[in-house]
Write a new protein. Structure first.
Length: 196
């Protein structure tokens, strides 16, 4: 459990990284945003790199856990896919700035930190692949390539973080529902009679 200062540091860092980018954000920027000195900031972290890794790891772990919860109650692959799409869209809309950091700053990682995040991303992508592959084997989905289809759907849903705003025309729930229908339409086997 983080204390108030640690929480403020994480929230401010997410905001700065999403607005300025990792490379352009300095330790001084982060310290100033939470009204502490740069020296005091090192009491809470070892480096800017550690902050980036922490933000990415925390968000991806939440994403993985939330995805499992979203699909656990679903009884068929169609419902699982729709639930996963809705969850991803809502997560990226609700945690927009963190999602932007995770989706755009992977290139800034190095060494073991990059490997750790790569494994978490792969774990999350596998959730999508398993649902799509199972639906394909069952004949309810139809698409030419599993990897490309999986990445296409994830990219489609991830894009919400770039444009969604709370005060927009549509609620996040409405957007998630629309995306679920779009995503399902992309992979559904349209030659099946009576398909959902």
């Amino acid at each position: 459990m983080m204390n108030q200062v640690e929480q403020a540091i994480i929230e401010s860092t997410i905001k700065l990284f999403s607005e300025k980018g990792y490379a352009a954000t300095s330790i001084r920027d982060i310290a100033k945003s939470v009204n502490i000195t740069s020296a005091s900031l090192y009491h809470y972290m070892d480096s800017k790199k550690d902050l980036l890794e922490f933000i990415m790891e925390r968000y991806l772990l939440q994403l993985i856990d939330g995805a499992h919860i979203a699909i656990d109650q679903a009884t068929c692959h169609t419902t699982k896919l729709k639930s996963l799409i809705k969850y991803h869209v809502q997560s990226h809309g609700n945690e927009r700035l963190a999602a932007l950091v995770v989706d755009t700053e992977y290139r800034s990682l190095e060494g073991s930190g990059k490997e750790k995040i790569k494994e978490l991303r792969k774990k999350y992508e596998t959730i999508w692949s398993h649902i799509l592959e199972a639906g394909l084997k069952e004949g309810i989905f139809s698409f030419p390539n599993l990897k490309i289809t999986s990445f296409s759907l994830i990219s489609l849903c991830t894009g919400v973080a770039h444009w969604y705003r709370d005060n927009g025309t549509f609620s996040l729930k409405e957007i998630a529902e629309q995306y679920a229908e779009l995503g399902l339409h992309m992979v559904q086997n349209h030659s099946m009679k009576g398909g959902e």
